[in-house]
Design a protein around this ligand. Structure first.
Ligand SMILES: *[C@@H]1O[C@H](CO)[C@@H](O)[C@H](O)[C@H]1NC(C)=O
Ligand SMILES: *[C@@H]1O[C@H](CO)[C@@H](O)[C@H](O)[C@H]1NC(C)=O
Ligand SMILES: *[C@@H]1O[C@H](CO)[C@@H](O)[C@H](O)[C@H]1NC(C)=O
Ligand SMILES: *[C@@H]1O[C@H](CO)[C@@H](O)[C@H](O)[C@H]1NC(C)=O
Ligand SMILES: *[C@@H]1O[C@H](CO)[C@@H](O)[C@H](O)[C@H]1NC(C)=O
Ligand SMILES: *[C@@H]1O[C@H](CO)[C@@H](O)[C@H](O)[C@H]1NC(C)=O
Ligand SMILES: *[C@@H]1O[C@H](CO)[C@@H](O)[C@H](O)[C@H]1NC(C)=O
Ligand SMILES: *[C@@H]1O[C@H](CO)[C@@H](O)[C@H](O)[C@H]1NC(C)=O
Ligand SMILES: *[C@@H]1O[C@H](CO)[C@@H](O)[C@H](O)[C@H]1NC(C)=O
Ligand SMILES: *[C@@H]1O[C@H](CO)[C@@H](O)[C@H](O)[C@H]1NC(C)=O
Ligand SMILES: *[C@@H]1O[C@H](CO)[C@@H](O)[C@H](O)[C@H]1NC(C)=O
Length: 463
C-alpha cells in the first residue's frame, strides 16, 4: 500500500515536472505529446548528459549491436535495456524522478530498466513513454478485406471506420465496413452498409455521425447515401443525391451541411454540386462549377468558403481553381495554380494557407508544391518535395506539419514544415502504395490503409 502510494506520487511529480519544464537552450530536447526534457550534447562515450542530475544517456545501439535504431537527431531517443535485454526506445528521461526497482516493477505498465544514466539503480520506465520515440512506419493489424476506393473516418470515440471500396475478389464491391481500434491495433467487423460504395466520400457530421455518399455500386455510379451511427454501430439510409456520382469530393461547411462537388457519372465528368442538410436528410442542388472536375481537391477555408483545385475532365488536366461561397451558393474562378494538377493533395495549414502538393499534369507525377493565400487569392510556388508523387495522401499533424505518404511508385513519406518551408523524408513504408487512405488518430499517429501496391492491399500501417 505504501509502495503503491509512493509510485503514484513519483508519477504525478514526473508528469508535472515534464509539463512545466522548458529547457529550450539545451542541445537536445525530447518533445513528444507535450513532454519536454532537455539534455546537453556530450562527445564522450555517451550521447547526451544532464549536468543538473549528473546523468548521461547512451545513444541507441551504442551498447547493443542490434539493428534497432531509435536515435533521431531531431527528437533524440535513447536505449533503455530491461533485465532480459529487451531494448526500449524512450525520450531523455531523468532517472532520478522515476521509481527505483530491482529487476521487476510492481506495475505491469512499467518495465524495470538499466541505463548508464540511471546507474547504479534500476528504475521503472512507464511503457506509455516508450512509444513516444518510436519513429517510422509500423505495420498494424490487417484489414479483413483488401480495399481500394474506400474511405477512412476517425470517429469521436477514437476508433476508425473504414467503408467500402474494391477488393481483389474479381471486382466485387464489398459493402462491408470495419472498425480499427488504435488501443489494440485490431480490426473488427461492423454492420454492412445497405449498398456497396466505392470511390465514394465519407464526411463526419457535427454530431459525430458519418455520412457516406455515392460512389460506385457494381461499377455503376450510385446516388445512394447512408449514415453510420457510432453509438449503435448501425447504418441508416438517408436521402439520395440528385446526381449519381463517384470520384467526387466532399467538404463539411461551417453550418454543418455537406457540399459535394464534381466526380463522374460513368459517361461524363460532372460540374454539378449539391448540399446535404443533416436536419432534413435531403440533398439540394447548388451552383455549377466553371469546370467539370474529377481528381480535384476540396478544402474548407478559414473564411467558411470552399476551395476546389485542378482535377481533370477526360484527358484535359486543369490548373484552374474556384471558390464556393455558401452564402450565395455561387462558384467563382480564382487564380490558376502554377501547374496543371490531377490526383494531387490539398491541406489547410494552421496559418490558413492551403498547401497543394504533387499530382499529375497529364504527363507524369509532379514534385512541385504551391501555397494558396486566401487573403490575396494568389498561388506561390514553395519548395519541391524530394519525390514526385501522384495518388498520395497528405495529413495535417498536431505539430502543424504535413505528412505526405507514398504515391504511385513511391514507398517513402515526407514532412512539410510550414515554418521552415522544408520537406524531410521520413523513411520507408512496408508497402509501396497509392490510392490508400490516411487519417490523423487521436493519439497523434497517422493510420494508412489499403490502396494499390501491385494489387489491392489489406495492410495498414502507422506512422
Ligand atoms: C556490429 O555492428 C557493426 C557495425 O554495424 C558490424 O560491422 C558488426 O558485424 C556487428 N557485429 C555483430 C556481432 O553483429
Ligand atoms: C544481457 O546482456 C548482458 C551483456 O551482454 C549479459 O551479460 C546478460 O547475461 C544478458 N541477460 C540476459 C537475460 O540475456
Ligand atoms: C535484487 O534482488 C535480488 C534477488 O531477487 C537480490 O539478490 C538483490 O540483493 C536485490 N538487490 C537489491 C539492491 O535489493
Ligand atoms: C496488467 O495487469 C492487470 C491487472 O492484473 C491486467 O488486467 C492487465 O491485463 C495487465 N496488462 C498487461 C498489458 O499485461
Ligand atoms: C497481412 O496481410 C499480408 C498480405 O495479405 C500478409 O502477408 C501478412 O502476413 C498479414 N499479416 C498478418 C499479421 O496477418
Ligand atoms: C487482437 O487480435 C489478436 C489476434 O486476433 C487477438 O489475439 C487479441 O486478443 C485481440 N485483442 C483484442 C484486445 O481484441
Ligand atoms: C437515384 O438512383 C435511382 C436508381 O438509379 C433512381 O431510380 C432514382 O431516380 C435516383 N434518384 C434521384 C433523385 O435521381
Ligand atoms: C450513360 O450512357 C448510357 C448509354 O448512352 C445511358 O444508357 C445511361 O443512362 C447514361 N448514364 C448516365 C448517368 O447518364
Ligand atoms: C446526428 O445527425 C444525423 C443527421 O442529422 C441524425 O440522423 C442522427 O440521428 C444524429 N445523431 C445523434 C446521436 O444525434
Ligand atoms: C456543365 O455541364 C453540362 C453538361 O455537360 C453542360 O451542358 C454545361 O454547359 C456545363 N456548365 C458549365 C457552366 O460549364
Ligand atoms: C493554366 O492553364 C492554361 C490552359 O492550359 C494555360 O493557358 C495557362 O498558361 C496556365 N496558367 C498557368 C499559371 O500555368
Amino acid at each position: 500500500m505504501a509502495m503503491q502510494r509512493t509510485r503514484l506520487i513519483f508519477l504525478v511529480v514526473f508528469f508535472l515536472y515534464v509539463k512545466v519544464e522548458k529547457l529550450q537552450s539545451l542541445d537536445y530536447t525530447c518533445n513528444a505529446n507535450d513532454l519536454n526534457t532537455g539534455f546537453t550534447l556530450s562527445y564522450s562515450s555517451h550521447t547526451a548528459e544532464d549536468k543538473s542530475s549528473s546523468c548521461s544517456l547512451q545513444k541507441c545501439n551504442s551498447n547493443l549491436n542490434n539493428t534497432k535504431n531509435c536515435y533521431h537527431p531531431s527528437t533524440p531517443c535513447f536505449d533503455y535495456l530491461s533485465f532480459d535485454n529487451q531494448s526500449y526506445c524512450a525520450p531523455a528521461i531523468q532517472c532520478s524522478i522515476l521509481q527505483i526497482c530491482n529487476q521487476t516493477c510492481t506495475s505491469n505498465t512499467s518495465v524495470c530498466i538499466v541505463n548508464s544514466c540511471c546507474s547504479p539503480s534500476s528504475v521503472c520506465l512507464p511503457l506509455s513513454l516508450t512509444n513516444l520515440c518510436i519513429k517510422g512506419w509500423f505495420m498494424t493489424g490487417n484489414m479483413t478485406y483488401a480495399r481500394y476506393g474506400h474511405t477512412e473516418s476517425v470517429l469521436n470515440n477514437g476508433k476508425v471506420l473504414i467503408s467500402g471500396g474494391y477488393n481483389n475478389n474479381g471486382g466485387g464491391d464489398p459493402s462491408g465496413a470495419e472498425l480499427y481500434d488504435p488501443s489494440t491495433g485490431n480490426w473488427s467487423a461492423t454492420m454492412y452498409m445497405h449498398n456497396a460504395h466505392s470511390l465514394h466520400t465519407s464526411s463526419k457530421l457535427n454530431n459525430g455521425t458519418i455520412l457516406v455518399a455515392g460512389g460506385m455500386l457494381n461499377f455503376i455510379a450510385t446516388n445512394t447515401t447512408e449514415l453510420y451511427d457510432l453509438s449503435t454501430g448501425t447504418w441508416t439510409r438517408t436521402g439520395n443525391m440528385i446526381y449519381a456520382r463517384y470520384g467526387h469530393k466532399a467538404s463539411v461547411l461551417n453550418n454543418g451541411k455537406v457540399l459535394v462537388s464534381g466526380g463522374s457519372n460513368g459517361n461524363d465528368t460532372l460540374n454539378t454540386t449539391e448540399i446535404y442538410d443533416p436536419s432534413t436528410g435531403m440533398w439540394t442542388s447548388t451552383g455549377i462549377m466553371n469546370e467539370k472536375r474529377y481528381g480535384h481537391t476540396s478544402s474548407l477555408l478559414n473564411n467558411g468558403k470552399v476551395l476546389v483545385t485542378g482535377g481533370a475532365a477526360g484527358f484535359i488536366v486543369f490548373n484552374s481553381t474556384e471558390i464556393y461561397d455558401p452564402s450565395t451558393g455561387i462558384w467563382l474562378m480564382t487564380n490558376n495554380m502554377n501547374s496543371l494538377r490531377n490526383g494531387h493533395s490539398a491541406t489547410l495549414l494552421n496559418n490558413g494557407k492551403v498547401l497543394v502538393a504533387g499530382g499529375s499534369d497529364g504527363y507524369g507525377a509532379l514534385i512541385t508544391t504551391e501555397l494558396y493565400d486566401s487573403s490575396t487569392g494568389t498561388w506561390a510556388n514553395t519548395v519541391n518535395m524530394n519525390q514526385p508523387r501522384y495518388g498520395h495522401t497528405a495529413s495535417l499533424l498536431t505539430s502543424g506539419k504535413v505528412l505526405v505518404v507514398a504515391g504511385q511508385g513511391v514507398i517513402n513519406g515526407e514532412f512539410y514544415d510550414p515554418q521552415t518551408e522544408t520537406w524531410t523524408i521520413t523513411g520507408t513504408l512496408n508497402n509501396n502504395r497509392y490510392g490508400h487512405t490516411a487519417s490523423l488518430l487521436h493519439n497523434g499517429k497517422v493510420l494508412i490503409t489499403g490502396g494499390i501496391g501491385g494489387y489491392y492491399l489489406n495492410s495498414a500501417e502507422l506512422y
